[in-house]
Design a protein around this ligand. Structure first.
Ligand code: HEM
Length: 500
């Protein structure tokens, strides 16, 4: 009994020391020397970003989040954008902020990123038919269930249904049929990231030192749930890897249909050493974390914005009809949908997923051209919210102008044409990030979003269920559409061959 008490006392002592050590280390935080703007208690950082931008347009300041972030001026993004990982790191920042030891978010994933950036992007024209096929399946899956539904208006919770369509399309490309339509696979692909965020934000885990977290974590149901998803994905990819290796031995991998696991071929080819199912499963979860939640959020925002502008939906339908009449419904048509491209970009400008962009952890001292030195350990970001709402960059910045970027493209020089494209990233528009880590999946995202919106516009009229577009939810540096938002869909006569 005495021995057991001593053990408990020792454990409590260790925990106390770990807490005190963490408190001490917090006082050594290199970001503390920057001035603070904003209220530590609010989850909505937009007002702080506006005030900080006004007060310190050319120097850095600090957002008082539980893990403080130093906001550097926009021009400084140009100075850090191409620095090596040992100078400033995206992965390290995510790993620390998202408790990567438990969530895996932020683990190094060079091979997966290279596959998305190069192999997937290069293959997009060939993947058009596959994406179209899966979009039709996905939309049919959530709409028109039963004959009466064909004519009756149907109310849908937007985010969860769009996440399902995006997960189906992503899965079709990443793992192919039949696995991509397995309900458990879809569920794990969608929920892994949101459960990861819950773990990262957990009040019983986050405030403590790594040692205490390690002690507590086995008892947390959320951590155990993440482990279950990891184990499930690992078991599911094992036969895919075995199949791939067998085909490779027979020299038949190149004959694989793109809808059935080409992504895995690319991934395995990128590894210089033999990899196991654990590593591949991790890559799938990480690519799903990049591909599903943000694209589902933006798709929901686009539909909500469109539902409030039925007259503009008509402009987009006319464009679809004209372009398909001229080009046919193939990959090349997507580049011609310029009003739609502009609508996606304007939606993203006013409903960005990330309010403080380019989150990075400083790894070795960096001196900016204003003389400020960022010390190792500092977490930095750029105020994306201030860029998106800058009156200098975007006249009448808070006004939603569907054709804002369409007009900019129409009137700019030939060499600036690409600048205003939805998938392009610049110092003036960084909603896909900026620099070395600019989202590698943005061209894929652009294709899938355009295809989904095209089919919805073609086959449905849609309107808000609420009186106006529900306010976005802001949670620290992230912003999401109201997850309870609903749209009412009513079947209409489809445009040309765009029938689902
Ligand atoms: C509308 C949809 C999307 C948006 C708005 C978006 C946005 C972003 C942003 C802001 C970053 C961080 C960039 C930075 O810090 O500089 C990022 C990184 C990343 N995204 Fe996306 N993304 C989208 C869709 C996708 C898709 C569909 C995929 C996969 C097919 C993907 C894969 C990734 C990956 C792998 C990274 C990490 C890049 C790296 O580590 O260098 N994303 N994305």
């Amino acid at each position: 009994m005495l021995f057991a008490d001593a053990k408990i006392l020792a454990l409590v002592g260790i925990v106390l020391i770990a807490i005190l050590l963490r408190k001490y280390l917090q006082t050594q935080d290199p970001s503390l020397r920057f001035p603070v703007v904003g209220d530590a208690k609010t989850l909505d950082i937009r007002a702080a970003l506006e005030e900080g931008n006004r007060k310190y347009p050319n120097s850095s300041w600090r957002l008082p989040l539980p893990d403080p972030i130093v906001i550097i001026p926009r021009w400084a993004a140009g100075e850090i954008k191409s620095l090596a990982e040992n100078k400033i790191s995206l992965n390290k920042e995510i790993f620390i902020r998202m408790l990567g030891r438990f969530t895996m978010l932020g683990e190094d994933d060079d091979e997966m990123v290279a596959v998305v950036k190069q192999d997937l992007t290069r293959a997009l024209p060939n993947l058009f038919e596959t994406i179209v096929d899966e979009v039709k399946f996905g939309l049919n899956n959530i709409l028109r269930q039963g004959a009466s539904k064909e004519t009756e208006p149907q109310e849908l919770s937007l985010y969860e249904n769009m996440a399902r369509v995006i997960a189906l399309v992503s899965g079709r490309i990443f793992v192919g049929l039949p696995l991509s339509r397995d309900e458990h696979w879809i569920y794990s692909s969608i929920t892994y990231t949101s459960e990861g965020v819950t773990v990262a934000e957990s009040p019983v885990l986050r405030p403590y030192s790594p040692f205490v977290r390690w002690l507590i974590s086995p008892f947390l149901s959320q951590v155990r749930s993440l482990r279950k998803h990891q184990a499930f994905i690992r078991e599911k990819v094992k036969p895919l890897i075995a199949d791939h290796l067998e085909k490779r031995q027979q020299g038949t991998t190149e004959k694989r249909d793109s809808s059935n696991g080409k992504f895995l071929d690319w991934l395995l080819a990128r590894y210089k050493y033999e990899v196991d199912a654990t590593r591949i499963a991790r890559d799938y979860l990480l690519v799903a974390a990049g591909a599903i939640p943000i694209a589902s959020g933006l798709l929901s925002q686009v539909l909500l914005e469109l539902a409030t502008r039925p007259q503009h939906a008509q402009t987009l339908r006319k464009e679809l009809n004209d372009v398909i009449g001229k080009t046919g419904w193939k990959h090349a048509a997507l580049a011609e949908l310029q009003h739609l491209d502009s609508f996606l970009k304007e939606t993203q400008r006013l409903n960005p997923h990330v309010l403080a962009m380019m989150p990075r952890r400083v790894m070795s001292p960096i001196t900016l051209s204003n003389g400020e030195t960022l010390q190792p350990g500092t977490s930095v970001a750029v105020s994306n919210h201030s860029i998106n709402t800058s009156a200098e960059l975007y006249p009448k910045p808070l006004e939603f102008q569907p054709d804002r970027f369409y007009e900019l493209r129409r009137t700019c020089s030939a060499q600036d044409q690409r600048k205003y494209l939805f998938s392009n990233s610049t110092l003036e528009f960084m909603n896909f990030g900026y620099g070395t880590h600019t989202c590698p999946g943005r061209n894929f995202a652009s294709d899938e979003l355009k295809i989904i919106v095209a089919y919805l516009l073609s086959n449905y009229d849609f309107e808000l269920v609420s009186k106006s577009k529900p306010d976005n939810w802001t949670l620290g540096i992230v912003q999401i559409p109201d997850p309870t938002a609903k749209l009412r869909f009513t079947k209409r006569a489809p445009i040309r061959e765009l029938e689902i």
